[in-house]
Design a protein around this ligand. Structure first.
Ligand code: BG6
Length: 494
């Protein structure tokens, strides 16, 4: 069966270092905030743990205002807490087996992230940690051995903890230089092994996240959020510029948490609110990184929350000179925007919205909407006209292992199939879509809830929410299905 996917379409899957590698304190790696973040569930939040200035243990919600801890407190791993990212799914020690399984499915591309604190344990060193560099070299070589192209995220929510504690994290301009040094180090080190790079995973979360708290987020929180974003924009732009100088073949992308927003009603107030939601949540970051300048509506956004930013002339030059080569995004759901308080609310990936009566929702409350993916692709391509990749898409669901070890995840196939059709329809409508990396192709720790039982992907890992299990890998039904999809270049979705 033929399809409209280009013949060199990059089919694959994605993971992130902090959610999969484990080995959190091995071979010189420094901790990241994810290492002081507890497990949670759909109803119970994750916490960041610390010892306060009087020596008492404490916890702060990880999702509220960036998991900020009280003044004088130090992030700490507490004895009576469990930290799922410490083990992940032990990709650090099992990457060969994992990559072989991906190759068996016919993967063309594998998206993974480099843990910054494996390369620079504190983040502000001049010299990198050789053991960290060696690890990723081996991983990339293993990918190439199987004909798989690595696609590397350089930051996936895992700033070295030392930088958070001693510099105040991304609220400090100095992080730009530290990040650029890290970027130049890995670009130089892997210039012959990696062609595709992404600077910051879901960079727009910082402000989308605040929006979750609606009116309750303070102006101060918005001030911090927009300022952090500005420093990340400059860091990203300077990294892109350096990357191109190191290897002109590099394809460097941004990465946006892509949510399709719809007005919940045809009330013009909802329609306008929806437009503004796209501006604040999606275009603000996309515009800066692809066009090299702030959009005109930025002034309105800053004014709404009395935001005054530290932006220099040199920053504006850097933004102009470091625009990305491709636009990439994650897509899990759509959301309804409304000004009507009486609408039933649902929670999702870094956003909330009114319930959409035309959609079904996952066990974690995410609105399942394949057509929303087509809508997003077409809208964003129309705006930027850059090559696009969908670098995350997937269903977090409960999987059951049968007595004979098989896992019948037809619900996952039912999720992927219409999403792939939606991508094909977007291609037919002119979108230059280059690749698709499904999320959690190997099981991993959920970023939002810290659970493992929120299972993603095609390869099941025998481990539970407390780290118990053999860590053995097994193939789900969707494994064989995706293999067929790749072999037929998206032509056989049955
Ligand atoms: C994206 C992140 O927001 O969504 C991933 O880039 C994350 O890190 C994914 O895992 C799915 O979210 P969750 O909360 O189900 O892990």
């Amino acid at each position: 069966m033929t399809s409209s996917f280009p013949k060199d379409f990059l089919w694959g899957g994605a993971i992130a270092a902090n959610q999969a590698e484990g080995a959190w304190n091995v071979d010189g790696r420094g901790p990241a905030k994810t290492d002081v973040t507890t497990g949670g569930s759909v109803d119970a939040p994750r916490f960041v743990t610390y010892i306060d200035k009087d020596g008492n243990p404490g916890k702060a919600p990880a999702m509220g205002h960036n998991g900020i801890i009280p003044e004088g407190a130090k992030y700490a791993v507490l004895d009576n807490e469990y930290y799922p990212n410490h083990l992940g799914v032990d990709f650090y020690h099992r990457y060969k087996e994992d990559i072989a399984l991906l190759a068996e499915m016919g993967f063309k591309v594998f998206r993974l992230s480099i843990s910054w604190s494996r390369i620079f344990p504190n983040g502000d060193e001049t010299e990198p940690n050789q053991a960290g560099l060696d690890f990723y070299r081996k991983v990339f070589e293993e990918c190439h051995k199987h004909g798989i192209e690595p696609l590397v995220s350089m930051w996936h929510f895992d700033t070295p903890l030392y930088l958070e504690e001693n510099y105040g994290g991304w609220g400090n301009r100095k992080l730009i230089d530290f990040y650029v040094h890290y970027a130049e180090t890995i670009f130089t080190e892997y210039k012959d092994l990696v062609k595709y790079w992404l600077t910051f995973n879901e960079i727009n979360n910082t402000v989308m996240f605040l929006d979750m708290f609606g009116a309750s987020a303070s102006d101060e929180a918005f001030q911090d959020g927009y300022q952090q974003l500005h420093y990340q924009f400059v860091a990203s732009a300077r990294a892109v510029k350096s990357g191109h100088a190191i290897n002109s073949d590099f394809q460097i992308g941004n990465m946006i948490c892509g949510i399709t927003f719809y007005p919940a009603t045809c009330d013009p107030k909802d329609v306008l609110a929806n437009r503004h939601k796209w501006e604040q949540g999606i275009y603000y970051c996309g515009d800066v990184q692809t066009k090299g300048k702030y959009p005109t509506f930025a002034k309105r956004l800053w004014k709404e929350h009395n935001v005054a930013l530290d932006i220099t002339e040199q920053d504006l030059e850097d933004l102009k000179e470091g625009t990305v080569d491709m636009y990439t995004f994650s897509y899990y759901m759509s959301n309804n925007v409304t000004t009507h308080a009486d609408q039933e609310q649902v929670a999702g990936n870094f956003s909330t919205g009114a319930k959409n009566p035309y959609l079904t929702y996952s066990d974690w409350g995410w609105g399942l909407d394949p057509l929303g993916l087509q809508y997003y692709l077409e809208k964003v391509y129309d705006r930027y006209e850059l090559p696009i990749m969908v670098v995350e898409n997937g269903l977090g669901a409960f999987d059951t292992v049968e007595e004979d070890g098989s896992i019948h995840d037809d619900y996952r196939i039912d999720y992927y199939s219409p999403h792939i059709q939606a991508m094909e329809a977007a291609i037919e409508n002119g979108v230059d879509l280059r690749g698709y990396t499904t999320w959690g192709c190997i099981g991993l720790v959920s970023a939002g809830t810290g659970e493992i039982r929120k299972r993603y992907g095609f390869i099941y890992v025998d481990v539970d929410d407390k780290g118990q299990g053999s860590l053995e890998r097994s193939r789900k039904d969707s494994f064989y299905w995706y293999k067929k999809v790749i072999a037929s270049n998206g032509g056989d979705l049955d």
